[in-house]
Design a binder for this molecule. Structure first.
Ligand code: MG
Length: 373
């Protein structure tokens, strides 16, 4: 028995507010549509997969067959209904069954798909559904509740939905170009027969709005980078990463001139899409005079927490000819790790020289990887 799949990705995602097709947004390192295709590609029973795409996404979709060799591309129509119709026309005639699936349901599993195939082989149709957990109300336009349908008699309809290819093609051929359906089983019910339902899953959610993506617990990662430079000055302590380093000179600055901590704060702010430290802690403000930069770092960490941004790891390079820093690195690591609420292994520090080109300065460059959950 030959089984094809039609996957719909031809909507423009206007409800999403992302300014582009929601299926091309990232979901844990891959686009939503690739996540969906991965699941279908893993089911060897299915061949080929027909993807209905939006014409704006042609350049992206043209690359997909490299990763999915049994993928066929069908340009979508003006409505979901028209897109399905066009995609069904591209399914090879020798296919017996076809599963139709919304590309915006990337959490479909091989188990759901096989369940749908099994039901379709047995009954000729298979509509994935889940039971209702909330009470249902039938309402009227004037704001009144008319009746309460029995919850046990209702199920939430999902995709995939499986049909005999000839029958669902016939059903689609019966409708005019202007008719629009949100779901294939209702069309099957109208023109062919009463469809059969099978078990979907609550986890087989549909991504509709931007909040859906962020609530799906897929972390996004942001890199921040920053650099700082201070010149040596007589009569000051040398503080690096909150640690006092024995040296004949300190660094010139409005605060304690902890150039390492400044670069670290800069990298964190950069990764959190915040303005730089000069904006947050202006050196024209007397309250920052001689302040410990570690206190400013505490403020930056509070700001990150407010933005739900968490440090994954930090890497910094300290560039100076004197003093020699290697023996102080473990202590600076621990000090910064404490302030950053992380383990020392997540804070890497290295040191190098200026080869005599800038003997009067210490320069630090830092990068931070942040996770936004
Ligand atoms: Mg500075």
């Amino acid at each position: 028995m030959k089984i094809a799949a039609v996957i719909l990705a031809a909507g423009c995602g206007s409800r999403m507010g992302a300014g582009k097709n929601k299926l091309l947004l990232s979901l844990g390192g891959k686009t939503v549509i690739e996540k969906t295709l991965d699941v279908f590609a893993a089911c060897k029973e299915i061949d080929p997969i027909v993807l209905a795409y939006h014409e704006n996404d042609l350049a992206f979709c043209n690359l997909l067959p490299q990763a999915y060799p049994n993928l066929l591309l069908a340009q979508g129509g003006v409505s979901r209904t028209q897109s399905v119709k066009k995609a069904l026309n591209l399914v090879p005639d020798d296919c017996d069954l076809v599963l139709i699936h919304d590309g915006a349901r990337p959490f479909v599993t091989p188990e759901i798909i096989r369940n749908c195939i099994g039901c379709c082989q047995k009954y000729g149709s298979a509509v994935c559904t889940v039971a209702m957990t909330d009470t249902l109300a039938l309402v009227s336009e004037d704001g009144g509740i008319e009746s309460y349908p029995k919850r046990e008699s209702c199920r939430i309809v999902q995709t995939p939905q499986g049909f005999r290819l000839k029958e669902i093609r016939y059903a689609y051929d019966c409708i005019s170009d202007t008719e629009s359906y949100t779901d294939d089983s209702s069309l099957y019910a109208k023109w062919i027969s009463k469809p059969h339902y099978c078990a979907g899953s609550l986890s087989n959610r549909k991504i509709t709005f931007m909040e859906d993506l962020s609530s799906m617990n897929v972390p996004s990662y942001r890199i921040g980078t920053a650099e700082d430079l201070h010149v040596f000055a007589e009569g000051r302590k040398l503080i690096l990463g909150g640690v006092e380093i024995p040296h004949v000179k300190g660094l010139k600055g409005h605060s304690d001139a902890d150039v390492l901590t400044h670069a670290v704060m800069g990298a964190l702010l950069s990764g959190a899409d915040e303005r730089d430290i000069g904006f947050h802690f202006p050196d024209s403000d007397p309250k920052y005079k001689n302040i410990s930069s570690m206190r400013l770092l505490d403020e930056v960490m509070r700001l990150l927490a407010k933005k739900h941004a968490e440090l994954v790891n930090l890497s910094a390079v300290i560039i100076c000819d004197r003093p020699k820093l290697s023996e102080h690195i473990p202590q600076m690591k621990r000090s910064l790790a404490d302030a950053l609420h992380t383990l020392p292994e997540n804070v890497n520090l290295s040191a190098t020289t200026t080869e005599g080109t800038a003997p009067d300065t210490i320069r630090v460059t830092a990068s931070a990887l942040l996770q936004r959950g």
